[in-house]
Design a protein around this ligand. Sequence first.
Ligand code: URA
Length: 484
Amino acid sequence: MMSGRHHYRITLSGETDREGWRDAARRLLQHGIAPEAVSWLVEGRPDDGELDLSPPASLPTADAPQSLRPVRIAKDLLALINSALLHRNPDRFDLAYRTLWRAQSVPGLHHNPADPDVLKLNGYAKAIRRDIHKMHAFVRFRKIGESGDREQFVAWFEPDHHITAAVAPFFRNRFTGMDWLIVTPGASIAWDGKALAVGPGGRKEDVPQQDVVEAEWRTYYAHIFNPARVNINAMKSEMPMKYWKNLPEAELIPALLEQAGTRVAAMVARPGETLPIHDRPRETVAELPASLDQLYRMLERQPDAPMEKSSPTLVRGAGPDQAELMIIGEQPGDQEDRQSLPFVGPAGQLLDRALAEAGIDRQQTFLTNAVKRFKFSPRGKRRIHETPNAGEIAYYRWWVEQEIRLVNPRLILALGATAARSLTGQPVKIARHRGEILPGPEGRSLLVTVHPSYLLRIPDEQGRQVEYAKFVRDLQLAAANVSQ
Ligand code: URA
């Protein structure tokens, strides 16, 4: 256990090495090592001027499990830290560990907003949310060429914090149909229609600032994004040296080429390291989550969830791991959020009744939502539902597709406009398309119908009954399609 004489220096592999921080923090806690005895360093970061000549104590590794202290970390504290660790302030690793350490003896610590450490962590997390929001809104792509039927774009952006890798899935979801590269001082991210890649940062002057497409850029990026045609020597000869001298050639270009060339699972900053983006290229099946549990755990760890007005609780889908029928709603409501289960509140109870009338066994059906967290605005003690926006729907789309792949349903039933939009990628008029079999994701059949909460909002009894009967009919149609 801890001795006051020891000092532990933990070196993280980079500014965004949150996995490294988490592993070290867990081990430090297990060994009862107090924050005052730990310094957090980052490889490649200029020395902070403090010269420490004492040899660092190494972390004990092989203790018998029974001698390790149990570690308690609340999920929402971990989510808060996960976000705050992207802040640029070098004190963040220390602050986060100190808070975790203190939370071991004060379990609700992170719910005390007046605590100075919690206050600071919340401030960091808020700055990260703002920065992510700004990057979502203000990245401006310049078109630099075309390859086959795909257009290629590049953008320069200077975030305030270390958020670049964290926002990559957002840009992939929003700009799926084009190839793009976003260069920032700390990291670059790229999408080629198949895989997201993260490489080292670049410089502003490396990135064209107007839409005028220069032939050299066109050729260069055509090569970058078309792995089958990569030929570094040809590329170098086609690419004037004036560009090469400004590009961090030794880092950025080879990294991008390597990733494009092998269609790697995802952008490894260093071999053997945990992938910086919890996101997998669609075609590499081995890299995709193998179970729903793994999928939801991955989603829980995503640092860039649109949390501005949302509960931190991720509400997982419920039902058998494989089901013939999958029903997708909008987002969890107040009750669902409290119980961490989908469709358990008033709309869920109405759905239960209608399912039973349509002869559908809820226990055999997989129920989930297009958006996985409850978005609301507080009003006194109540939390009033807010409709998710297009960005929030897009954010969760890939995760919904993965649920579909894993559950492998014969038919998907979308309840309401949000689910229909998530599953088709565009706004859908429910009144016009209900009753039609539409093409859904992953080649599945899709039916759309109204959301049960719409039925609850109809003010007159008679209107409600008519709409309820139509809803049951849609469920019967779904049942008939599944049993065909
Ligand atoms: N509404 C939904 O769309 N989903 C739920 O889980 C509950 C209400």
